[in-house]
Design a protein around this ligand. Structure first.
Ligand code: AMP
Ligand code: GLY
Length: 426
């Protein structure tokens, strides 16, 4: 098969690395890719908003499967667009991707189908004052405010007081960044518990769990400071034991896939279930319509099955014939970032030491650029370093041993990735 993979982050480097291992692959193209994906296939300079240019490339290069990494093209309907022209795409349709693209859609879908999640209310843009009044009258904090649409993980605020609610509501209303995303506001009950992410592959009828991981969204040690795209992850996470995983499958995954099918929005692709494991059981914090970044960098190396074969089976509704096999290792992924991220940071620092990393470990590129045989920083999240171990502790130790071999000016990484999982083994 000739495959086109869309995206350019650490997740896409991990996907390209995994797809490149497949016996079924002829040629792999990555658009736009990064210096890491260039080691797994051929990078192609395409703009992911330009669906016509993507179509032309597919037709000129006999691409038989297009795999979509990030959410934006999915929410904008790339799957429908290419399928209408007779091409195969791994990733949900525009309507199915609303599970990530609209918090209101996702919450109403879950409510209707009794899938456990937070209680919520939705308000239109001219009802923000009404929302504030209702929140004040309830006087229950923390309360969670969410912009309805895609906001790159920045549209969620956990507010501890009425003053904070007021400030954040103003921000959602006035800030340029939220013009699109905050056309509506979702107010949610705060759920208490430990978070975990379960990754599911689905062909619309059959759904199989790929793996489950824990992300570290905050910039600072001990989960403090600003939210980021993700500073590290590890898998499997002991936050979910075997019995909990069965509950997640029965109470969340199967009802979601079958209700989407019944609604004639069959869900094909990756379903990322962001969960809170509460005293009352697992509840959905959010759905995403793609793999997590950086979770994919830890999850995909654990996959013993052929990723391309699974994705092809999902597209062709034959997932029931396939088995998902994962190895029995723990994997830890540490994101090396540019100091200042997720706000302002400098770029263009030369990166050294990648070649010294052990053959047992993996380095996935994200914000990097190659020039004159050297690799330079070119973004907030720069590299993901992943290593395995027989225990979580060992995987953490092995990963940090590799991280220390890599250097660049203004590098920043959290030194506590994975450690919040260790308490489960005491
Ligand atoms: P989201 O973008 O919806 O995943 O939200 C970002 C983060 O905010 C999540 O990873 C949670 O840590 C937190 N969060 C979102 N919704 C809730 C909620 N209803 N209760 C508690 N925490 C939440
Ligand atoms: N790591 C969180 C996400 O990919 O949404």
């Amino acid at each position: 098969m000739n495959v086109l993979l869309l995206g350019s982050g650490g997740r896409e480097h991990a996907m390209a690395w995994s797809i490149a291992k497949s016996d079924r692959l002829d040629e792999l193209f990555i658009a736009p890719g990064n210096p890491g994906t260039a080691q797994a296939g051929t990078n192609v300079d395409l703009n992911l908003s330009d669906f016509d240019a993507i179509l032309t490339f597919i037709e000129e290069n006999n691409v038989e499967l297009t795999v979509v990494g990030p959410e934006k093209p999915l929410v904008n309907g790339i799957t429908d667009f290419l399928e209408e022209k007779g091409h195969k795409v791994f990733g949900p349709s525009k309507v199915a991707a609303q599970l990530e693209g609209s918090k209101q859609f996702a919450n109403e879908f879950m409510k209707k189908n009794r899938i456990p999640t937070a209680n919520f209310e939705t308000y239109s843009r001219d009802e923000f004052d009404k929302a504030l009044k209702i929140i004040k009258s309830k006087d229950e904090y923390p309360v969670v405010l969410k912009a309805d649409g895609l906001a790159g993980g920045k549209g969620v605020f956990i507010c501890e007081s009425a003053e904070e609610v007021e400030k954040r509501l103003n921000e959602l209303k006035e800030d340029e960044r939220f013009q699109q995303a905050a056309q509506k506001l979702v107010v949610e009950e705060f759920m208490k518990g430990d978070e975990a992410s379960v990754f599911v592959i689905s062909d619309g009828k059959t759904a199989k769990i790929l793996h489950y991981a824990q992300d570290h969204k905050r910039i600072g040690e001990g989960d403090t400071g600003l939210n980021t795209g993700g500073m590290g992850a590890y898998c499997p996470t002991p936050v979910i034991g075997n019995r909990m995983l069965q509950r997640v499958e029965k109470e969340i995954i199967l009802p979601t896939i079958s209700a989407m099918l019944l609604d004639e929005n069959s869900y094909k692709g990756i379903l990322y279930c962001g969960l809170m494991i509460t005293d009352d059981g697992p509840k959905v914090v959010e759905f995403n319509c793609r793999l997590g970044d950086p979770e994919a960098q830890a999850v995909l190396p654990s996959l013993e099955s052929d990723l391309l074969d699974l994705m092809d089976a999902a597209v062709n509704e034959r997932l029931n014939e396939k088995e998902v096999k994962i190895d029995n290792k723990y994997r830890c992924c540490v994101v090396m970032a540019s100091a200042g991220y997720p706000l302002d940071y400098e770029k263009g620092k030369v990166i050294t030491g990648i070649d010294n990393v052990s053959d047992d470990a993996l380095v996935f590129h994200a914000g990097t650029k190659a020039e004159n045989g050297k690799i330079y920083t070119d973004g907030g999240r720069v590299l993901s370093v992943v290593a395995a171990g027989d225990t979580l502790q060992e995987s953490i130790k092995n990963t940090y041993a590799e991280v220390k071999k890599i250097d660049f000016d203004n590098k920043y990484y959290r030194s506590d990735i994975g450690t919040k999982g260790l308490k489960y083994f005491d």
